[in-house]
Design a binder for this molecule. Structure first.
Ligand code: ZN
Length: 255
């Protein structure tokens, strides 16, 4: 019996439902159920579609009782800063954007910083699957001050939230929260944006659409790894591409 079948057979079983669990039963990754419409992001129990241009359904349009706590250290949403500078845009990926790793001297041909580079983790291989535990280990390795949190909980002073998710086949992605509580991200070398895969503003990354299949992309960041508090009072410990040798590759331009 292959693993897939085994998992199917165990569907609904405690340990595998929605992902692997830690000893205490706390889930460390969740696989978002297939949602093929832009859902209301106010709360997971609301199954209504969000209205055009809004993260909320008609009922939650004017008020959502589930609110995130902010610290005042959330970086401003300023897409033009990256989008209007080809070198910055081409050299800063989602991780650089979300963690606040800014390299003003980088040119568009420089390799991206990747989680784990600073701590000495091996380069992402083309064949190995991406997992939440591996990505989290890389982040904590680079930045030991990073703290896991939740959508609603606050972060300590001088910190603000990022969200991490993976597409197990190929990629990870990170988003960052802005001063108004809304989220933005920078898909690889492309433009900074504040909307999800359905074009909706992002109130809760976990409930927003992270599936780009409909947009002609193979990317679907369906495994949500969680929210993290990240320091904002200084540059994060990150490093650009580790390999400058002949094996240096720029294939992973989607990060
Ligand atoms: Zn709703």
């Amino acid at each position: 019996m292959n693993t897939k079948k085994l998992r199917k057979g165990l569907k609904g079983g405690r340990s595998l439902k929605g992902g692997r669990s830690l000893k205490g039963g706390r889930r460390i990754r969740k696989i978002t159920r297939k949602v093929n419409y832009p859902r209301c992001q106010c709360m997971s129990s609301c199954k209504q579609p969000s209205l055009e241009g809004s993260p909320f359904c008609a009922e939650h349009q004017n008020f959502c009782p589930r609110q995130p706590q902010l610290t005042g250290w959330e970086p401003a949403y300023d897409p033009d800063f990256f989008n209007k500078n080809p070198d910055l845009k081409g050299s800063h990926n989602c991780a650089a954007y979300a963690f606040g790793y800014l390299n003003p001297k980088a040119t568009k041909d420089d390799p991206f910083p990747q989680p784990g580079n600073f701590a000495g983790y091996p380069r992402f291989s083309k064949t190995r699957r991406k997992t939440c535990p591996d990505m989290l280990a890389r982040v904590f390795g680079d930045m030991p001050t990073v703290k896991p949190t939740t959508f609603e909980a606050g972060c300590p002073a001088k910190m603000s939230k990022i969200a991490l998710a993976v597409d197990a086949r190929s990629d990870y992605h990170v988003w960052r929260q802005g001063p108004d509580g809304m989220w933005s991200h920078k898909p690889g070398s492309t433009e900074v944006t504040n909307v999800d895969a359905f074009g909706r503003p992002i109130y809760d990354v976990e409930l927003a659409s992270r599936n780009y299949n409909k947009k002609g992309s193979h990317l679907n960041y369906n495994r949500f790894c969680g929210y993290l508090c990240v320091r904002r009072d200084k540059q994060p410990r990150m490093r650009g591409g580790v390999s400058k040798g002949p094996n240096r590759t720029r294939r992973h331009r989607t990060h």
